[in-house]
Design a protein around this ligand. Structure first.
Ligand code: NAI
Length: 294
């Protein structure tokens, strides 16, 4: 486990899913946490669970620049410093194609997913520039290729990854490290919430996904918030002192290649185009093997 003793972290989107796992992991690693979210009831329950000496909840809508600045200011006010920022809050974004895109939806998605990362970083700098720090931004595998999320969401997440690299270069003079994590399929409420379902239903759906989603990546199990939080805790720690400007895939291998490259039961598109089924391909392979043995 990473060592975060003596460090103070701000985590946004901290009431659920990946952010909540971040709160649990960071506190277990010895950090104090300012947890921000728009789900106030869940956020306040975190104060009761961990105690106000370890965690403070601050209502923070990351699209509200005053609230975003205030949560960065809350860290030194409550716990004496700001050493780690995890810009993590998010939503699935507007689910439309370019052709049908509602331009207000585009602006809203970019504001929520990209502008907050830019602004969250900007508001953290005054608190970090004297002694350095670690900024972690949640991107996504949708930054890598099509097919994982709506187009505006994916564009924003690509922006998050690239912004992290550029900010890492710029902020190196202050010893502020900036890295992006690209999660794969993680069983959280985001899928239900992005379909417009009430949070309680979205929360139940997260557990259903956890049960059903194991076959979506080569590693053979579903991703959990803790898988992402462990990477974030490492990046936040002094053990990652030489790591900045990085993009870290944490996806159980989901992006290693097309399904047939890791699932023997899935058809190769080349063989499919020749009308050869996976069973026939296997028979041909065995026949070739037998011929080679003589
Ligand atoms: P989640 O829905 O469980 O948690 C997201 C949290 O962000 C919620 O607590 C929500 O209340 C909060 N939030 C939403 N809008 C907000 C706003 N305007 N201001 C402050 N808080 C706000 O979802 P999850 O999966 O934990 O998402 C966390 C991050 O991970 C997001 O940025 C998401 O895009 C990203 N991600 C998730 C993946 C997945 O498969 N679950 C894959 C790749 C990226």
């Amino acid at each position: 486990m990473a060592d975060l003793k003596g460090k103070v972290a701000v985590i946004t989107g901290a009431a659920s899913g990946i952010g909540l796992a971040g709160v649990e992991t960071f506190i277990a690693a010895g950090a104090k946490v300012i947890a921000g979210d728009i789900q106030d009831e869940k956020g306040r329950a975190l104060e009761t669970r961990f105690g106000k000496d370890k965690l403070r909840f601050v209502h923070c809508d990351v699209t509200n620049m005053d609230e975003l600045k205030a949560i960065m200011d809350a860290a030194p006010a409550a716990f004496g410093s700001l050493d780690i920022v995890w810009n993590n809050a998010g939503h699935g974004g507007t689910p439309t194609s370019v052709e049908e895109l509602d331009l207000d939806g585009f602006d809203a998605t970019i504001n929520l997913l990209l502008k907050q990362v830019f602004a969250g970083t900007k508001f953290a700098i005054p608190h970090m520039k004297a002694k350095g720090g670690s900024i972690i931004n949640t991107s996504s595998i949708s930054a890598v290729s099509a097919g994982y999320a709506p187009i505006t969401y994916s564009v924003a997440k690509k922006g998050v990854a690239h912004f992290s690299k550029l900010a890492a270069a710029e902020l190196s003079k202050y010893k502020i490290r900036v890295n992006a994590i690209l999660p794969g399929f993680i069983a959280t409420s985001i899928f239900g919430a992005s379909l417009g379902l009430p949070r309680e239903v979205a929360d139940q759906m997260a557990e259903m996904l956890a049960q059903a989603g194991g076959k979506m990546q080569p590693i053979g199990r579903v991703g959990r918030g803790a898988d992402i939080a462990e990477m974030a805790a490492f990046l936040a720690s002094d053990a990652a002192g030489f790591i900045t400007g990085g993009e870290f895939l944490v996806d159980g291998g989901m992006t290693v290649g097309p399904r047939h490259s890791w699932d023997e039961t899935a058809a190769s598109p080349v063989l499919e185009s020749l009308g050869i089924s996976p069973e026939q391909a296997e028979q041909m392979r065995l026949a070739q093997q037998a011929a080679a043995k003589g």
